[in-house]
Design a protein around this ligand. Structure first.
Ligand code: 1HN
Length: 345
């Protein structure tokens, strides 16, 4: 590849003249913005162990009352981006949030899309667009762009969940903002029961639903059962994986990030092809080993790791007897909508 001229090759006075007029020569930076063959990701393979993080999160509960935090969160920040950027990847934000018994994280709505995956504890709930979604371990609850949401806690133990947002992208777009709101009246359960069975959807004779987000709560018990049934029904499947979709149209459940659940069968090692979107893996049940480029992460329950785009990923179940279940978030809806999605086999 042709070697290009450097900034230092240009006379000082010429550079100063360019700068004075807000002008920049492209050629010294061209290879940095268009590297040959493959992007150079800032996102580094990174793992956050729950055992390490949990005591620090519980300590946050002692140090900072909810009124002083609004959302009591420790952000899982990727050092490749700089911790202050609060990014797991270019478009994914991850945080572990703690809500204590009796606390309320007040209603608001914002432009970034969020989901939460419940990690531990019972008795808390999110009210989203007036639908009360009760949190149980492994449940997925959506708070898509523009929908009001608040969290409350009627139980008696700490509740922790993993927040996944497209905040870095929406912030980069200069489109990120929040509105504060009032406590919501409840008039539903997030569609968890209405859409319990795949293959059929509520369809009354006189009225067909056309909400953009008909289902806001995906209980883990149902997703786990779906994975088990799939593994049993189709033993030759390359990967036992289900996507969280809008049950009315089968499309991605949110606009920018994609979400799925994966079962690693006992003893299974699964090689994922290198794909353009970055990915996040969160272990719900069991134990796995995740290899991303040169990094090898053992994942125990509630551990989380991320992989840059264009990297092959190897997932191994650490048990030969029991299945392992992972929650996966990735940037594939974004890449597909923008036309930059790639799989390299
Ligand atoms: C947010 O609204 C929540 O509602 C959690 O629980 C984390 C991080 C950045 C911006 C908004 C929540 C968030 C957030």
């Amino acid at each position: 590849m042709l070697e290009l001229g450097r900034l230092e090759d240009l006379p000082e006075s010429y550079r100063a003249a360019l700068t004075a007029h807000n002008l920049v020569p492209l050629w010294p930076s061209l290879r940095a913005v268009l590297p040959p063959g493959k992007p150079i990701p800032r996102t580094r393979p990174t793992c956050w162990s729950y055992e390490t993080l949990r005591p620090l999160l519980i300590q946050a509960g002692e140090l900072t009352p909810i009124e002083k935090a609004e959302r009591r969160v420790l952000v899982l920040a990727n050092p490749g981006h700089g911790l202050e950027k609060m990014q797991a990847s270019s478009s994914i934000y991850l945080g572990m949030q703690l809500l204590l018994p009796g606390e309320i994280a007040p209603a608001h709505r914002h432009t970034p899309n969020a989901v939460r995956l419940i990690v531990e504890g019972e008795g808390a709930y999110s009210t989203v667009d007036g639908e009360k979604c009760e949190m149980r371990r492994g449940d997925l609850i959506l708070t898509p762009t523009g929908l009001w949401h608040e969290h409350g806690h009627d139980g008696d133990e700490p509740v922790v969940w993993l927040d996944v947002l497209d905040l870095p992208l929406v912030y980069y777009m200069e489109a990120s903002y929040v509105e504060e709101g009032e406590l919501q009246a409840v008039n539903g359960d997030g569609g968890a029961r209405a859409y319990l069975r795949g293959g059929v959807v509520p369809s009354p004779v006189f009225e067909r639903r056309d909400q953009r987000y008909p289902m806001l709560h995906y209980p883990w018990a149902d997703v786990r059962a779906a994975l088990n049934a799939l593994a049993e029904a189709e033993p030759d499947l390359e990967a036992v994986q289900v996507a969280y979709v809008n049950p009315e149209n089968g499309g991605d459940c949110e606009n920018i990030l994609g979400f799925s659940a994966l079962m690693l069968r006992p003893g299974e090692t699964l090689a994922l092809p290198a794909r353009s979107p970055a990915m996040v893996f969160h272990l719900i049940e069991g134990g796995a080993e995740v290899t991303i480029d040169d990094a090898v992460f053992p994942l125990s329950e509630a551990d989380t790791c991320c992989a840059p785009g264009y990297s092959p990923v190897l997932l191994s179940n650490r048990s030969a007897e029991l299945p392992t279940y992972l929650f996966i978030a990735d940037e594939s809806p974004l890449h597909k909508k923008l036309g930059v999605y790639e799989v390299r086999r």
